[in-house]
Design a protein around this ligand. Sequence first.
Ligand code: ADP
Length: 542
Amino acid sequence: MLGLMQDWPLLCHRIIAHAAAIHGAQEVVTRSVEGPIVRTTYRQIHDRALQVSQVLTRDGIKLGDRVATIAWNTARHLEVWYGIMGIGAICHTVNPRLFPDQIAWIINHAQDRIVMTDITFVPILEKIADKLPSVERYVVLTERAHMPETHLKNAVAYEDWVAEADGDFRWKTFDENTAAAMCYTSGTTGDPKGVLYSHRSNVLHALMANTGDSLGANAADTMLPVVPLFHANSWGIAFSAPSMGTKLVFPGAKLDGASVYELLSTEKVTHTAGVPTVWLMLLQHMTANNLKLPHLRTVVCGGSAMPRSMIKAFLDMGVRPRHAWGMTEMSPIGTLAALKPPFAELAGEAGLDILQTQGYPPFGVEMKITDDAGKDLPWDGKTFGRLKVAGPAVAKAYYRVDADILDEDGFFDTGDVATIDAHGYMRITDRSKDVIKSGGEWISTIDLENLAVGHPAVAEAAVIGVYHPKWDERPLLIVQLKQGQNVSREEILKFMDGKIAKWWMPDDVAFVDGIPHTATGKILKTALREQFREYRFPNAAA
Ligand code: ADP
């Protein structure tokens, strides 16, 4: 027997329609790419998104067509986001930090028909445009006065283009399993892979993100997503914030410590989200200038492990750090580290121990750890295993790739290695391809990196496994010092001594001027392994 409730498909544009109806006057503030701060509202974003849908329809874009955006976090980006999805076209967010050849590969693989771009990225697109036969038109997200001279095909300034519609348009209703958006994983090895979100998965993910123990914001709060819209839907914030009526503040192109601080301060931001490098820049700027953020309450941090020293720095400011783990294939939220019973009142080092885990999943994410043969491993907080996940916002296949990516129980292997404790708190110890296998035992590079960045002179640290004749692999600690700092290998190792098992201690420390990063801000270990390919440990007599 079926239930007798309404058939109300979970469609992404219903989120912005709700925001316009119930929170219509709520502000969306942008540091525009052109410079000035621009203020708009959910009502205006909704109305202009309808105009976007109307012009796209006039231009022949229909259900299932791909429309790309290569753009910063701005109100215009949010308008085209909902305008594209509202007609059942697919909003393909492209990461501009990828190499131009990768951008071309992705646009061709997706067969994007229109590319919407900020003025910043026009020069990159001009270089690859002759390799993009599927693209019929480029819409530059600016007004006529700032429109650059460009030979991009049918290029038009967004404000002129959108003004061609009067907004007399209605969004359609279609199956909630229709594709809404796509995002390619960075593909540090092999070709990038397309993750294709559905309307249903995005709406359910927004509801998962809306709880107090998730992003933790409400209608009376202000959210600044530093995490880009092209980075797994800005971790869902582009759906979650309007669904709650939370005020949004978009940082545009300026993501340095001083610019982010200025917006957090002037807009009285209560909630923000981004990767650890962003918070490192913010904290350095605040310390150097003795600044405070009295309104800030929650900092969501994910994408890479949040160092313990950073968690402590936020707690000392009276800000709640919310360490999160996820991936593009998960829309992306997997787990968040909120303090739940019996840990709710924990403070001091014991509290830090919990806040430093990657947390536990919200309803809608199932997880397990297994050995290489697929056998379930215990949730004892100690046993490492392959972390696998299932849920309505987890990918079941990649776009145009004919391969099964789920195990026989329907779980997706995240490629991460983790422990899970009896309370469901998960701790990532490594990417499976980064974990160091020393004499048959595993050493967590993330734990070592976390510890090393706790040294006051260290700006960033990376650990890789290097060949060792006796142990197969041993850890090499690669360190970038803060500006003007000078410490020795021995001082760093002494700082780590006693805080980890003896056999985990790095065999050597190498100092570098800079640590390479991927397009999503993670340490690029493949490049470091290449850089240190010829390196041999001084203690490793063959
Ligand atoms: P995103 O685009 O959200 O960064 P990616 O798909 O590029 O996601 O990368 C996901 C991977 O990033 C995860 O599988 C994991 O290895 C790593 N990661 C994400 N969050 C964390 C975290 N809090 N701690 C450690 N690693 C993390």
